[in-house]
Design a protein around this ligand. Structure first.
Ligand code: TLP
Length: 345
């Protein structure tokens, strides 16, 4: 069975150019700092994001975890949106491993955190309370619809954080999608944050890896934390090579994924019983809701679609997420729309 796989952009496979670069990559032992390909990727990433330094890590989860551990002490608090990935889907790692408390406030429908909510979440010195240390923003904001936080808004949050002596981390797993959607260089979206994680293995199609960027002393600290977490990799240039190809060749084409998401959304919105959710699509994510009068259960809906070669992800009762990416095109979009029509009729 050939699948039209809309579960996530994480399902993308490396391109032929990536496989070739991987085969030919000069490598060394990266724990000694000797891998020229990892060093090149880190330098390139830091330069693109406008940061002093960068570190290659195994996943977005590890990048966010290290960023929080490098920013906070045990008993410190990170304030973030209730729909943020670090709160929802990273297994509570910052609390499990770092003793860091997460304080969540609502995300507005457009993904933002309201300044008034941030203000009231901040703690002032009191021995009964954790210590507010960090704000985490996510761009694009996945669970709010893959929505884009505007640069000016992020600058506002950054100024707010600085005035209160807080750090700002940006989970930019899909920051290149945000940059492409806004038509702004990625460094403008990263400039206001103290640290930024971005993923190579999502829409950019590399097989493995994310990058954490920040000030040099912060990245030095991150290097030690990565080692503690068992994330010191040896001849990692083999996978970093694909990351370099991703940065050089796969960024601009994200616009194609965004255009395809619009086609998909249009097709889906015409199906009786389906409505679009969450301001989507602004980038490569389409969220849909099944009307209450649709009799098929959520599990049965996914199962019957799978039987027709279409994969998507449930995100809650009656809601589903479909993500466009390099490995799907118009043919898969049409197949998906037809399959959903068939299952609902
Ligand atoms: N997100 C995955 C799932 O975990 C939900 C997906 O399919 O979207 N930050 C954000 C905003 C993410 O969306 C993800 C992955 C991560 C961090 C974690 O990245 P990985 O999977 O590399 O640890």
């Amino acid at each position: 069975m050939i699948y039209a796989d809309f579960r996530s952009d994480t399902v993308t496979r490396p391109t032929p150019a990536m496989r070739e670069a991987m085969a030919k990559a000069p490598v060394g032992d990266d724990v000694y700092g000797d891998d020229p390909t990892v060093n090149l990727l880190e330098a390139k990433a830091a330069e693109m994001l406008g940061k002093e330094a960068a570190i290659f890590v195994s996943s977005g989860t590890m990048g966010n975890l290290i960023a929080v551990l490098a920013s906070c002490q045990r008993g410190d608090e990170a304030i973030m949106g209730r729909q943020g990935h670090t709160f929802l889907h990273e297994a509570g790692g910052v609390s499990v491993l770092g003793g860091v408390v997460i304080n969540t406030i609502p995300n507005q429908p457009d993904g933002r955190l309201a300044l008034a909510d941030l203000e009231s979440a901040i703690r002032y010195p009191d021995i009964h309370e954790p210590i507010s240390r960090l704000i985490i923003l996510e761009n694009t904001q996945n669970a709010c619809g893959g929505v884009v936080l505007p640069v000016e808004y992020c600058e506002q949050i950054s100024a707010f954080a600085r005035e209160r002596n807080l750090l700002l981390h940006m989970d930019g797993a899909r920051i290149f999608n945000a940059a492409v959607a806004l038509g702004r260089p990625v460094r403008e979206l990263a400039a206001m944050a103290d640290s930024v994680t971005f993923c190579l293995s999502k829409g950019l199609c590399a097989p493995v890896g994310s990058v954490l960027c920040g000030r040099r002393d912060f990245i030095d600290k991150a290097r030690r934390l990565r080692k503690i977490l068992g994330g010191g990799m040896r001849q990692a240039g083999i996978i970093a090579a694909a990351g370099i190809v991703a940065l050089e060749t796969m960024v601009d084409r994200l616009a194609e994924d965004h255009a395809l998401a619009k086609d998909l959304a249009e097709g889906l919105s015409r199906i009786d019983g389906v409505s679009l959710e969450k301001n989507s699509p602004q980038t490569n994510m389409v969220f849909i809701r099944l009307d209450q009068r649709v009799s098929v259960s959520d599990a049965e809906f996914e199962k019957q679609l799978k039987e027709r070669g279409v994969l998507l992800n449930g995100t809650g009762p009656r809601t589903f997420r479909l993500v466009t990416h390099h490995d799907v095109g118009l043919e898969e979009v049409n197949r998906c729309v037809e399959a959903i029509k068939a299952v609902l009729n």
